[in-house]
Design a protein around this ligand. Structure first.
Ligand code: IMP
Length: 195
């Protein structure tokens, strides 16, 4: 297993081209002795699977084979109740093709506004494979609000926020309650005890 010198901060590569994810991960990991930097692995194949855990694990194993060092991968998705959990694991594709407004059209004027974000972070160091999952419940708004964040942030209001969208919050506020914030905090706790 990857081992750090005592008291040193360890830097792990997070396989992503999304800078917002790296910022959120580092906010969540404050005080854990772990920080992340972005890394992309050329020619990476994305597994199509029904679960975020499988996609994240597969990406971490591939990343390790590419980089020959301990790596992290994260997969996340937006699960809308009235669409039976769609777009879920297809969120990136749906965001890239239909966008926020396209998804709002699919939801229409459904009275069921429940939605959740889920995140799974996978760690792999050639020997140990661990996943850390978390979710945040809330509602899908009827129109976009706010300009920070990324993806579906402008149309999701977490239950704790009373109709304030993720995109209305600062990154630190979002990360305190978000799926990704919680998944990386769980990784941080495990890393403090085990790396
Ligand atoms: P992936 O984890 O990069 O595959 O992302 C899946 C997609 O889900 C992204 O392209 C976003 O559209 C959406 N998504 C995941 N996490 C978030 C988030 O924290 N805020 C907004 N959208 C998100």
């Amino acid at each position: 297993m990857f081992r750090r010198e005592s008291c040193m901060t360890i830097t792990l590569k997070l396989l992503t081209s999304n800078r917002d994810k790296v910022t959120e991960a580092n906010i969540a990991l404050r005080g854990s002795g772990v920080r992340v930097t972005a890394s992309v692995c050329a020619g990476k194949l994305e597994l199509q699977s029904d679960t975020l855990e499988e996609v994240a694990s597969y990406a971490a194993v591939q990343g390790y084979a590419w980089l020959h060092e301990a790596v992290l991968a994260e997969d996340s998705g937006f699960f809308v109740s009235s669409l039976k959990g769609f777009p879920g694991v297809y969120s990136r594709y749906v965001f890239d093709t239909l966008g926020v407004n396209g998804l709002l059209k699919l939801v229409g004027d459904s009275v069921d506004r429940k939605a959740e974000f889920r995140s799974c972070v996978a760690y792999y160091d050639g020997r140990v494979l661990r996943t850390f999952s978390a979710s945040v419940q809330g509602v899908i708004l009827t129109r976009p609000s706010g300009s920070s964040g990324f993806g579906f942030d402008p149309i999701f209001a977490p239950s704790a926020s009373r109709k304030i969208s993720f995109a209305d919050m600062t990154t630190a506020e979002k990360t305190r309650i978000s799926h990704r914030g919680e998944a990386f905090r769980r990784l941080g706790e495990w890393a403090r005890a085990n790396l």
